[in-house]
Design a protein around this ligand. Structure first.
Ligand code: C2E
Ligand code: MG
Ligand code: MG
Ligand code: MG
Length: 283
């Protein structure tokens, strides 16, 4: 009896593993198709200053219009794109599209800085920064309207060549941000040495500031550290008015999250950026 049970379990796990492998293979095939069939789009999420509630930038986030599963968020496929290296080609599309978007908005009188997310695999390619500069130049998009987000983990491990390229880009006027701060292992000396302007505190670091004194104290201390580094503190994943209120009180400079606005397509973002509803929320 026990033996039969054991075998049943083994078969169950084997089937599960087989299903998972098939899913991954399908996702990879679909991702290749997505590049060829132009199924990607960018959505834009505003970031607003505290306490004024003024829009200071927008983060461009990747979306995939899947032929069967509908609109998919980056969180559902980025990791696979990174593992397979497809992120390099997808990233080229992102760079190109962001450069064109910055220029198009400029012609419409919408001078908005746009932040893009960069993966390790993209930075591994020596051509990355040249492509980025070339795309910005070709579109006639000014570097001061470009922001690069690199995760804390990536920032701790990138090569001195990458740091030098970031320095060049920053000298051109671009903004450099550390993303998902509080999820990796930061070395303070290294943080000081990096050419960075802003640090985005991960959702997990600010999620409980409204209901936990401990969380509030920690967030307050982290904001002090960020300011000590001469950087702007950005709170990510802000979902409630209460969180926004606490962050304002403890000195956070900028917030981003569903409490302000969800990521929007271009038309909705432009309409939103022309209203001042957000002021009420940011206080
Ligand atoms: P991220 O850069 O930390 O982006 C924030 C994620 O949180 C986004 O998920 C966003 O839609 C979501 N979010 C925004 N506000 C809230 C909120 O109030 N609450 C919660 N719970 N979530 C919120 P998304 O779009 O699925 O992106 C996931 C990750 O994928 C991003 O994390 C980023 O690391 C990566 N990513 C997105 N677009 C790109 C891209 O174009 N290129 C690369 N290489 N990576 C990208
Ligand atoms: Mg980001
Ligand atoms: Mg983040
Ligand atoms: Mg993230």
């Amino acid at each position: 009896h026990a033996k039969a049970n054991g075998r049943g379990r083994a078969e169950y796990f084997t089937q599960e593993l087989a299903d998972e492998m098939a899913d991954r293979a399908q996702l990879e095939a679909d991702l290749r198709g997505a590049i060829d069939n132009d199924q990607f789009a960018l959505v834009f999420q505003p970031q607003v200053s505290l306490p004024a509630g003024r829009i200071v930038a927008a983060e461009a986030l990747l979306r995939w219009q899947h032929p069967i599963h509908g609109l998919k968020s980056a969180g559902t496929f980025i990791q696979r794109a990174e593992e397979t290296g497809l992120i390099v080609e997808i990233g080229e599309w992102v760079i190109q599209t962001v450069a064109e978007t910055i220029a198009r908005w400029g012609r419409m009188g919408v001078e908005q800085r746009l932040a893009i997310n960069i993966s390790q695999r993209e930075l591994d390619h020596a051509a990355f920064f040249n492509r980025l500069r070339a795309a910005m130049m070709a579109a006639n998009a000014p570097s001061r309207l470009l922001e690069l987000e690199i995760t804390e983990t990536l920032a701790m491990h990138c090569s001195s060549e990458v740091v030098a390229m970031l320095e060049l880009l920053r000298a051109d006027g671009a903004t450099i941000s550390i993303d998902d701060f509080g999820t990796g292992y930061s070395n303070i000396a290294r943080l000081r040495a990096l050419p960075i302007d802003r640090i985005k505190m991960d959702h997990s670091l600010v999620a409980h500031v409204a209901d936990s004194a401990e969380a509030r104290t920690i967030a307050h201390a982290v904001i002090g550290l960020i300011h000590g580094l001469g950087c702007e503190a950005v709170g990510e994943g802000i979902e409630t008015q209460a969180q926004a209120d606490v962050l304002r009180v403890i000195g956070c400079d900028v917030i981003q999250g569903y409490a302000i606005a969800e990521p929007m397509d271009e038309a909705a973002f432009i309409a939103w950026s022309r209203t001042d509803e957000r002021r009420a929320l940011a206080g």
